[in-house]
Design a protein around this ligand. Sequence first.
Ligand SMILES: NC(=O)C1=CN([C@@H]2O[C@H](COP(=O)(O)OP(=O)(O)OC[C@H]3O[C@@H](n4cnc5c(N)ncnc54)[C@H](O)[C@@H]3O)[C@@H](O)[C@H]2O)C=CC1
Ligand SMILES: O=C(CO)COP(=O)(O)O
Length: 339
Amino acid sequence: MSAPTNGNGVRAAVVGGGAWGTALADLLARNGHETVLWAREPDVVEEINTHHANPRFLGGFALAPSLRATTDLRAAVDGAALVVYVAPSHVLRTVAASAADAVAPDAVLAVASKGIERESFALMTDVVAEAVPGRPVVAISGPSFAAEVAARQPTAIVAASEQPDAAALAQRALSSPEFRVYTHDDVTGVELGGALKNVMAVATGIIEGLGLGFNSRAALITRGLTEMTRLGVALGARPATFAGLAGLGDLVLTCTGSLSRNRSVGVEIGKGIPLEQVISTRETVAEGILNTQSARALAARLDVEMPIVEAVHRILFEGTPVRQAAAELMTRALRAEQD
Ligand SMILES: NC(=O)C1=CN([C@@H]2O[C@H](COP(=O)(O)OP(=O)(O)OC[C@H]3O[C@@H](n4cnc5c(N)ncnc54)[C@H](O)[C@@H]3O)[C@@H](O)[C@H]2O)C=CC1
Ligand SMILES: O=C(CO)COP(=O)(O)O
């Protein structure tokens, strides 16, 4: 079915009932858009439809009463003018493809997942564009903890697309007095910022878990930004994008904010808890773990030096003791900062 508009509102679908999908769906519904959220878990759908809450992934917030949820993905996207994809990066392709033919041919596809696909190195908008071809795609990224958006705390993000009309539609649909959306045209830079900052957040968590202090964290954030920019430039992104909301903004938030799942995974690793044990106790996604592998492989393919990503990889997947990896980072050949 083609995508009707609804007065000032659009028919919107949100694909993914985790914390971020729920917060974005709540925001769209509060903005007056007829919004349907697809969640995989029947209990999440039941809670949203009966109690206007998602205690499993976003506890403690009263969601918009108009927000509807379903486990039927085809029904959720059918007739939506705006479809927002928020599944974890490693399942996004499968989820998006499974209802591709039910998406309206003129729908705008916004992608709020953060990551680099492991096998293909594709960014999340490319994954959705391949799974649901022929529609404009927009990357949604920036410093935005779901819980703070649900609490209506002032937040600013970007909506990046090669099609300005699509970015503008996402901007209009999502913006509210507490949620400010800037458009952007550097999709690669915006998406890489969101994907790579998660690896840096794991790294800053690790140094915190080790008991290191603010000097180490500041060095790591700054040199992390250098690495992110280096990889971005090799992929055609603009350096300035990494100084913006989806780069430095999200990097600072995630590396310093206690709400970050990636940072807290890092803290546990830094304290010496094995990765399998850290993961086994969590239902929520920490994209920085799998994305350490994809970022490292992508950097190797492009011959881009990313020593922090390399060190996190050695700690998470190669058994290198945390203190040894930190010492190796500090004793690399001396160089000029600007190189
Ligand atoms: N939570 C946040 O504050 C923010 C999250 N994001 C991004 O949003 C994406 C989704 O994260 P959250 O909403 O936080 O999720 P979450 O960590 O709250 O929940 C996990 C989600 O993954 C889904 N899931 C797990 N296995 C699945 C499978 N095999 N197939 C389909 N779905 C599966 C669950 O149904 C659930 O919706 C991630 O890429 C994350 O980086 C981006 C900005 C903010
Ligand atoms: O991307 C996020 C905030 O912008 C959420 O970060 P975490 O996944 O580390 O919680």
